[in-house]
Design a protein around this ligand. Structure first.
Ligand SMILES: C[S@@+](CC[C@H](N)C(=O)[O-])C[C@H]1O[C@@H](n2cnc3c(N)ncnc32)[C@H](O)[C@@H]1O
Length: 271
């Protein structure tokens, strides 16, 4: 995948984009990342990219001309990119959007700065407008990096273990189950017995139940959606069926061990 980024701060990308999975994806040729300085698309002596807002008000707004010239120049270089404007007013980025973007051959990010970008950039150039959350960053560079990271690790062959992105939080609409590694006991906290049992079916069941519980407790919004999307998978407490340990907490490990069953669980066997 090719990704172009238009920014006033190309130096911010040095480091985060040169480590870990991003570094590997680039070395493998899976990610062709090109960072462009917006000032390279100006023509005046001061390399001006911003101006005062029409109508008054504080701060400066990124002018349309350099952005239009940059996007049109980069578009002419090859495959049509999917142009994403980063903005707190965009739809909120999530794993589903990451999956969709990972299917595209080419992305182009426009990072805003100061008070943002001239609205005509959004109207004419942007295919999509994305926010990374309900808070305001100084400029779009960190937001672009967050999205690039989330998308790159979904590109085929980038993660060592092909199955791992399927197992992570949000991939199935749920949060991930708790993870443990050695030692089996640490500072008096024991790893749940079931994980040491070698019984793969029982472990899978425990993990599913933990993911349900965690999602219901921490993210009622995701849980409600998951229940709606999986009406037949509603866990029950009937012994021997999926979900039978829900609410019993016997295997839930050291965290939240005395919490009540989350809303949505069927508790028909209370007696
Ligand atoms: C200081 S912000 C501008 C905020 C703008 N005046 C507003 O109130 O919505 C400058 C730039 O940072 C980027 N940015 C800030 N917060 C963001 C967020 N939550 N998600 C994505 N981009 C963000 C955008 O590119 C934005 O144009």
């Amino acid at each position: 995948m090719r990704i172009d980024v238009l920014t006033l701060f190309p130096g911010m990308f040095t480091g985060p984009m040169d480590e870990s999975i991003l570094k590997r994806a680039r070395a493998m040729g899976k990610l062709d990342l090109r960072i462009h300085n917006l000032r390279d698309f100006t023509h005046d002596r001061h390399r001006t990219v911003d101006d005062r807002p029409f109508g008054g008000g504080p701060g400066m707004v990124l002018k349309p001309e350099p952005i239009f010239e940059a996007v049109e120049t980069l578009k002419a270089e090859g495959e049509e990119p999917w142009v994403i404007l980063l903005s707190p007013a965009g739809r909120v980025f999530n794993q589903e959007i990451a999956r969709t973007l990972a299917q595209r051959p080419r992305l182009l990010f426009i990072c805003g700065s100061y008070e943002g970008v001239d609205e005509r950039v959004r109207l004419v150039l942007a295919n999509d407008e994305l926010s990374i959350g309900d808070y305001v960053l100084t400029n779009g560079a960190l937001a672009a990096m967050v999205i690039i990271d989330a998308v790159t690790r979904l590109l085929p062959g980038v993660l060592g273990d092909e199955a791992s992105p399927l197992d992570e939080s949000f991939s199935q609409g749920l949060l991930e189950y708790p993870q443990y590694t050695r030692p089996a006991e640490f500072r008096g906290l024991k790893v749940p017995e079931i994980l040491l049992s070698g019984d793969h079916a029982a472990i899978a069941k425990w993990r599913a139940e933990q993911a349900w519980r965690r999602t219901a407790e921490r993210r009622p919004d995701l849980w409600a959606k998951w229940l709606k999307d999986h009406p037949d998978a509603l866990p029950t407490r009937r012994e021997g069926q999926p979900g039978s340990k829900l609410g019993s907490n016997q295997e839930s490990g050291p965290s939240r061990s005395d919490s009540p069953p989350p809303p949505g669980f069927v508790t028909e066997e209370k007696e």
